[in-house]
Every structure is written in structure tokens, then in C-alpha cells.
Design a protein around this ligand. Sequence first.
Ligand SMILES: [Fe+2]
Length: 296
Amino acid sequence: MIQVKRIGHATLQTPDIGRLVDYYTTILGFRVVARTEGQAILATGFGQEVVTLLRGETAGCIRLSMQLTPGSDLGEAAVALRAHGIDSQIETDPSPGLPAVLTFTDPKGTVIELFSDWKSTTTVPAEGGINPLKFGHVAFTVPDVQRIVDFYVRVLGFRVSDWMEDFFAFLRCGPDHHAVNFVRTPKTTLHHMAFELRDFAHVQTACDFLGVRDVPIIWGPGRHGIGHNVFIYHRNPDDQIIELYTQIDLMNEELGYFEPRPWHKDVPQRPKVWDRKSAMLTWGPPPTPEYLRSRE
Ligand SMILES: [Fe+2]
């Protein structure tokens, strides 16, 4: 059985690769670790690949990599996928940090790249930009949320952390409350990508950094109910929502509940179905129309 342990990097297709390279390097502070005419691979300050940009007609997230247990055999993962009727292919040396990936397409059309081992692309910490710690989660809109949740649970080993009513699912593959989200809309598309900051002070630094550069914050700062992360949202030059967050709930699998960071209204906080209002916010302003238009 396949058991994904964390999400790796997202591959974004974009009509203007230079504009996105500029955003991800000067605003988020990621570093270009490989560049060709139609492709750029970016990594965090300590060399973990987070975003690959590919030139294409339209903007969208076309691939998502996921890590299996280090040292695990991609051939065995291919056999496990075959048992679910899924064909997959091994690609070698796809990027500076990955020796090999096993690729297949999920039911919403995203190419999933499974890998077991990776290496850092740098030994020198990055300077400048907001400089998040990691790529924490990615959210997609889909017409049939239950169908894609079933696939991620049954085929990839994800666990359901929480539901917002019956239209918004939060799934984890490690200690973080969620690594992928699926929200119901008529169209299948990327909803947002989220990068983790160190702490609340780092969120403030990010607010000031965006403010000075006239990048509007479209929701936040606030603290969500589901996941309890402190968040701010803005848009990248391809009009995709980027979340910067800290203090997301961590699951204690042995005990079956989320550790308070620093507090919860439910004690202990276990996976459940939330109503929309308490799920969205424990405190902070309501979402702006500029945020909400991505779900319309
Ligand atoms: Fe999020």
C-alpha cells in the first residue's frame, strides 16, 4: 500500500515564466536551482525544491510531487498503483534534487510524481524575500469532492483531518493538519498554495514586506478554525492565491487528536465536521471579495 508522507513541489504552467520567476525570487525569496528557456526550478532557502515553472498557454498547477518513506522502492509503488488499475512511469533525474519519480495522473487530471529520496540543492541559507520554511499545502477546487477524497485516501494513504460541511475537505499525510484540500465548485482548478512561516513575528514581517511592495493582502491576518493556522493571503502575478501561515495544528497520531498550538475550543480536538462560520475563523476579519472570487 502506498503511504505518502509529505507533499514535495508543485509544477505551475504559466504564460509568462519571467514574471513568475521574479515573484517567487524577489517576493517569496526562493532560489532558482535550474533554468532553461521554458522551465525554472525553485527551492527554499535551505534547498528543498518547492515550485517548478513551465512555459504554457494558460496558468495552472499541472503536477504535484509527493514523498514516500525514504529508501522505498518506486517499482513496488508502481505495482501497488497497478493493483488500483493505474498505469505509471518512472522518470529519472527530473530535477537537481530528485534522482527519480514515479508519475501517474490523478482523477482530476493532475500528474502526481512520487519520490522516495531527495537532496538539498544548496548549503548556503538564502537571504532576501519573505523566505518561507516550506511548501505546506495545496488546495484544488473540484466538482466532486468525495470522489477525489476517496482516491487520495484509498490509493495514496491520506487521512481526513476535517470537513467544512460537505463541500470542503482537509487531508493530511503527516503531522501537519492538512497537506491537500479539496473544495467543491463546478470547475477543477488550483485554489491556493500555502507556504509555512516561522512564527507570528514572521507573519508580521511578511505583511510589511508585501505592503511596502504594494502587493495587496486579500484576507487576514486571522486565525482559521479548521487547522487553527494564523494566515494571510495574497495573489501571485498569475492571479493564483498564495497563503502564508504559521502555527497549523499538528496531529498526534498515537493519541488521535491535534495538539493545541496554543489553544482549541474542543479539548481534545479530533477530526470532525465543522460549520462554515466556526471553520473559517477563530478571530480576524472576514474574507474579502478579492479572495472569494476564486470560489465563484
Ligand atoms: Fe490553506
